[in-house]
Design a protein around this ligand. Sequence first.
Ligand code: HEM
Length: 349
Amino acid sequence: MHTLSSLFHNCPSYTVYAMASSSNYFSSFSRASLPLFFFFFLLLLHSDASAKLSTDFYAQSCPQVFDTVKSVVKSAINQEKRIGASLLRLLFHDCFVLGCDASVLLDDTPTLLGEKTAKPNNNSLRGFEVVDRIKTAVEKVCPGVVSCADILAITARDSVVFLNGPSWEVKLGRRDSRKASFNKANTDIPPPTSSLANLTAAYAKKGLSVGDLVALSGAHTIGKARCISFRDHIYNDTDINGSFAKLRQANCPCTSGSGDNNLAPLDLQTPTVFDNDYFNNLISFKGLLHSDQELYNTSGSSSAALVKSYSRSTAAFFDGFVAAMIKMSDIRPLTGKRGEIRKNCRKVN
Ligand code: HEM
């Protein structure tokens, strides 16, 4: 009679251990039982696969979703280019907290503490009104069909495209959470004071690599930051170009509490164009955030090597960015019967 362990002779040791420890159970397996076992195993795999995201998820139920989202994003960006950056960031802050489930969009209620007032988000996240407008437009064409979590993923892609960045096919089928996590918003979104080791660990916790970290950080080629986010870096760090530090100090007083909300562009060259200048900035020590400059600090590190290669090739950056965005947008989605399709992105149904 075959034993299961003989079928797994190339498996790592943990498999052998698992097989050995359940030898009593498997010894009662007959040759006839094995196909049945694998049938159920395959069934299990299939049911998992069917809960995966797909690019044609709304092909029948809401083919208009893409045009509808795009036209609202377009008019918002025509009004203010920075909003494209803010909308892209919303997806990052959503996906890093409980997965890509639109938890970031929930307003506080007496019974639900949302994520909007958590430290990385408070007085900083923007674009909620644009998401409301998109949701209203989508509800008009396909009521009750498209989740707010999927709207965030499409919106992020469209924002990048309108600011001259790369395009990609967005996987869809996420559903919206009925909860949020103020605490996880504080612990799981890395702060701008993070070291490379902290950043790497925060991304690893979400299943993302150092390569993903560097590519996604290229999003800081657009948008702005507040003085409170970069004050320490421009006054206290040594890994910063002197004249760049002076330039930023001119509008960000060193005294904590004064000018905290004064803004500076994350990319000093082209803050409304999605390009690879962010990486050129890091190489000339003109990263605005401490966490940005960390990516280039350890010579010989894989992150520094990636910064160099992305600074040389926009195409390489765009490829890396697209791959990493697709990975990030895949973090723990609610699919199948889990979660709900919110009517209003700000509250659970
Ligand atoms: C690597 C870890 C990251 C850290 C520590 C970080 C930190 C920050 C900080 C501190 C700001 C400025 C906030 C403020 O001062 O109000 C900011 C802005 C921004 N972040 Fe990140 N970020 C990270 C990763 C990402 C990722 C993965 C994306 C998107 C893929 C992203 C997109 C943006 C954008 C577009 C802005 C500008 C937003 C605006 O102008 O409204 N960031 N980030």
